[in-house]
Design a binder for this molecule. Structure first.
Ligand SMILES: Cc1cc2nc3c(=O)[nH]c(=O)nc-3n(C[C@H](O)[C@H](O)[C@H](O)COP(=O)(O)OP(=O)(O)OC[C@H]3O[C@@H](n4cnc5c(N)ncnc54)[C@H](O)[C@@H]3O)c2cc1C
Length: 292
């Protein structure tokens, strides 16, 4: 670190928010540090952009998982390990738990937070897809008050969100899924390997009286920002579960991906990979629905 970088720590949310506006330059919040500190280690010049670093890990308002009326609140500081261990999340949002399980290694999952994963906004951030599929919102806090934004509207481009410098991500709000909602998280590849080998998919669906009543299909890494494959969802919604042709529909996923991204150097890998993941998720959905 450079000599003039200041390091702040507080357990008080108001004091943290005050610091973000009072300062003469950018104060960068840090949670687990598994993205930020790695980036700084790789490029020390980054530090020139910040007047200081603010450790937010002791702020209690940013912690914890709880059910509140018709939604579940997940604090920004909740670690991937806490997500995996939460019985509430296992029951309501299994695809989010599976995504957290797929992240890095045990030491990373013990330290890294869901808030950091989302604020860093990598195209391959594993929790973004499930949060979009479950129609989660974020609560952003600043001295001016709070604002609520759907996770689907948070990321403008990879590594770029709409979160302002004077704001902290306080918590996520996930609507309680309707009874019988199925969800599945699929992933190919590991971060340490070449970026081209990483791709993931979340499917959340509800089948009622043999028909698909609700469906969300959100790829990770295949497209720059997490968004549902709405054309594919439209094709599947209302279909009888027994008549779903997984092979044909999964091919449409690959085509929709290319419509969003255009042909790229990675398309020859990503298109069939996404097709495979969608096919697997649809087969799983059919099996579960037909056995109920
Ligand atoms: C070896 C290794 C393997 C990894 N594997 C995976 C993987 O498989 N999948 C995956 O998705 N990620 C992976 N990651 C990336 C990383 O661990 C995750 O993105 C993690 O969740 C980041 O959380 P953090 O608390 O460490 O974030 P930090 O590094 O503390 O912060 C990340 C960014 O978010 C901002 N920020 C953090 N909290 C807040 C807040 N409350 N409000 C506003 N801004 C905030 C910070 O300013 C910073 O810009 C890996 C990282 C490493 C080093």
């Amino acid at each position: 670190m450079t000599e003039d970088i200041k390091f702040f720590q507080t357990d008080n949310l108001e004091a943290a928010l005050e610091l973000l506006v009072e300062s003469s330059g950018v104060i960068k919040p840090v949670a687990g540090g598994t993205d930020l500190m790695v980036k700084i280690r790789e490029d020390r010049e980054l530090l020139q952009q910040f007047a200081g670093i603010l450790d937010i890990t002791n702020i209690s308002e940013l912690q914890g998982i709880a059910q509140e009326q018709d939604f579940v609140r997940i604090g920004a500081l909740v670690t991937h390990r806490e997500i995996i261990e939460s019985e509430l999340l296992q029951e309501k949002y299994p695809a989010l738990v599976d995504a957290a399980r797929a992240i890095g290694s045990t030491p990373i999952r013990n330290r890294a937070t869901i808030g950091g994963n989302v604020c860093n906004a990598a195209a391959c951030a594993d929790t973004l897809g499930p949060l979009v599929a479950f129609e989660a919102e974020v609560v952003l806090a600043s001295q001016a008050g709070e604002r609520v934004v759907p996770v689907a509207d948070l990321v403008e481009e990879p590594y770029q969100t709409i979160i302002r410098q004077d704001e902290l991500l306080r918590h996520f709000r996930l609507p309680l899924p309707a009874e019988g909602t199925f969800s599945s998280f699929q992933k190919i590849g590991r971060r340490q390997a070449a970026a081209i080998t990483r791709i993931s998919l979340v499917l959340a669906a509800r089948v009622s009286q043999g028909k698909v009543e609700h469906i969300k299909i959100v790829p990770g890494s295949a497209i720059p920002v997490p968004e549902p494959l709405t054309a594919l969802e439209k094709r599947i919604k209302g279909q009888k579960i027994g008549e779903i042709d997984s092979r044909e529909l999964s091919a449409l996923a690959g085509e929709e991906m290319v419509k969003i991204t255009g042909e790229r150097w990675s398309t020859p890998y990503k298109k069939p990979a996404l097709t495979t993941l969608v096919r697997r998720a649809l087969v799983e959905l059919k099996e579960v629905a037909e056995n109920e």
